[in-house]
Design a protein around this ligand. Sequence first.
Ligand code: S3P
Length: 408
Amino acid sequence: MTVEIIPKNYISGSLTVPGDKSISHRAAILAAIAEGITEISGFLPAEDTMSTVNCLRQLGVEAEIGEITRIHGRGLHGLLPPQKPLNCGNSGTTMRLLAGLLAGQVFDSVLIGDESLQKRPMARVIAPLELMGAKIKSKKEKAPMEITGSRLKGINYQMPLHSAQVKSAILLASLYAKGKTTVHDLAPGMTRNHTEELLKHFGHPNPLKAREIRIPGDFSSAAFFIVLGLLLAKDGLTIENVGLNPTRTGLLTALCAMGGNIQISGNSILVRKSDLTATNIDKNLAPLMIDEIPIFTIAAAFATGTTTISGAAELAHKESNRIQAMTSELTKLGVNISATADGMIIHGGAPLKGANLDSHNDHRIAMSLAIAATAADGASTLKNADCIKISYPDFFSVIPRLTRNPQM
Ligand code: S3P
C-alpha cells in the first residue's frame, strides 16, 4: 500500500494509543503457562502480538482476543507439541522469547519468521540458552531455529549487550531449569523490565497463577504523536493512558533537553509546539529510547543545530537497518543527515520538502516518515505503508482526527 500524506500546519485535541506491545507479548506467554484463565484489558491486537498468540495456539493454548482478552493457561508443564513450524512473522520478540520458553520443553519445535526476521541475529539467545543445556540448530545463527526440548540447568549470565529480549528468553528458560538463574544487565536499569514485573505479578517464585492484567498504552506508539505535537500543536495535544516505565521513556529526556514543552500528569502527556534546539544522544541514553530513535530523528531534523546520536549500533539489527533507512529517507526529504557505525549526525533546522518515501517494510520507519511528511512543505507518498499493522493498525486514521479544527 502506498499512502499520500498531505502536510498540516496545526493539530490539536487528545488521543489514546493501543496497548503496549512488549507487555502484550509477555502477558500472553506467561498467561499460557500459568494455571487458570488470565483476563487482560488493553491487549494489543496487532500483527506482532498475534504472531505470539498464534504460536501459543499451536502449543495448545486457547486464546480469546477482544475488549477483554482471555488466555486459558495450561500450567508450566501443559503445553502441547506443535504440529508444524511456529511462525513468528516479523516479530523478534516472539522468536527470541519463545526460544527461551521452548528450550526446556519435553517436545521439539521449530521457529520460523518472515524475510526480515530471518536476517536478524539469534546468536544472542542461542549462546546463553546453550549454556543452560538447550539444543538449538539454526542457519548460521539465524532463523529458522530447530529446538530439541532438553533438560536445562540454571546459569549466572552477564549479558554482552543491552537486550530485554535476551534477558526474557533466559528468564523464561529458567522456569524449566534446575537450580538458580541470574542475569546481569550490561548496566543496571537499561533494558525494559516487563518480564520481571509480570513474573512477580503471576506469583513467581511460586507456581504461576492466572491474574488480571491491565496493559497501558504503548509509549513507543505515543512517541509519534509526542513529536508531532511538538512540531504542530500550538494549543497542545494530549496523549492519555500511556505506560511510563522509566526503562522506556528516554525519548522524553531527549526532547526536554531540546526545549520541548512536555507536561506529564499521571499517565497523560501534554505536548505543545516548541522551538527545538539540537542535543546529543549517547550510549547512556540510547538504550532507553532505542525504538524511538527513528521518530527522534524527525525532531532532530526540525531542531536548530547539529544533533549527534551514538551508542545505538543495535538499530542496524531491528526490523530494518534503521540507521540506513532513516538516513536515506530523510535525505529525500531534504535533511542534511549522515550515518555512522552506531548512530547518525543530523544538521537540523531547514524546512523539510515532500518526497516519495519508502518504509523499508519497517513499522517504526513508516510511522516516523508519516510524521515527518505531515510537518513538511508539500505532499509526500509513502510506499509499503501497510507494515504499520505490526504495532499500530489504526495509525493512519489518527492524524485526520487531530486536524478537524480550523487551520490557523
Ligand atoms: C523488546 C526489546 C527491544 C526492543 C524491541 C522490543 C522487547 O529489543 O527494541 O522492539 O519487547 O523485549 P532488544 O531486546 O533487542 O533490545
